[in-house]
Design a binder for this molecule. Sequence first.
Ligand code: ATP
Length: 364
Amino acid sequence: MQPMSDDAIQVRRVMKSYGTMLAVDDVSFNVAEGEFVSLLGPSGCGKTTTLRMIAGFTDTSGGAIRVHGREVTHLPPEKRDLGFVFQNYALWPHMTVAENVAFGLKLRRKPRDVIRNKIEEALSVTGLSGYEDRLPRQLSGGQQQRVALARALALEPQVLLMDEPLSNLDRALRVVMRRELKELQARMKMTTLYVTHDQEEALSMSNRVVIMNGGRVEQIAAPYELYENPATRFVADFVGITNFLEGTASDMGGGMVGVRLPSGQVLHAQARVPVAQGGAVRALIRPERVTISPAELSGPNVLAGRVELSEYFGAVLRYTVRLDSGEILRAEVHNFDEFIAGGSRVWICTLPEHLRVIPHDPRG
Ligand code: ATP
């Protein structure tokens, strides 16, 4: 394996089995220097186990892990030069903020003046200057979270690993901390690997996202790519809401692909991933990428149906439409000046550039 100089972390074909269960199954990805990468997936998909193997808290059953080109697969955590922030901040309750931040530095027997400087620096960048003498219980959840971050930063790790660091905070605080954390990470150009099951968190903070499902990697891509060009049904479903229509592919030339629906109607889409002529495919339609009209529309990508449910959320109207072909299609309208009542006959149109086509995956 050739180490690449600009990769801070390389994970190669890493596995973890518990008895006969494969918790992590052949996972590979890189994190470049200064990059923010998230591991995103549902509960139990193997995110934490992957992070813990990189950290050295869990043994691997196979594969290799490198940090800045150095193989660390079998090294103990303290020899990997990584920083950690976990979901439960694990602050010492009887120690002040300053003592908590100093803890790791003292373990490493740093001189007293170095420790004092590092505490000052770490508390300053996390916005905690002035809180040195408080005990954790005298702090808010967000402040405690920042102490945990300051403690990790004080050790000046080459790479920061974070496991759901914001999940114990209430939603409003989580959104604020998300921005603060991202801003700090970008300012310090800190290479970060971040575990979360929260799609918004992963999309809004990351340079790239590794989507995991059942111990495997489903897709690795920048947030925009992930949302706009999901590689699998799982990704399309997990990142946002998607309508799926099953059909067979027909090549139309000129970078277009046709999706023949069971009704015989052919939807036109821009071809982005190769699909076999006549092969089973799924057309993906994002609810916000359609036009819905109570007046009849004509054209190639028009689907007729009836509104089963219309829901008003202030900034958005959500329609659940039963197509004439029997499928349910969800539509979302953000700029609206009419409200289409339940029971109304409607026509839905989607542009070829907004329609994605992926091969039908027999796994589901
Ligand atoms: P969550 O978001 O719920 O933390 P996760 O994606 O981080 O989930 P992991 O904690 O990595 O998932 O767990 C992956 C799988 O491995 C799960 O099925 C879990 O039950 C199993 N697992 C994790 N640790 C152990 C262990 N020590 N012994 C046996 N099975 C384990």
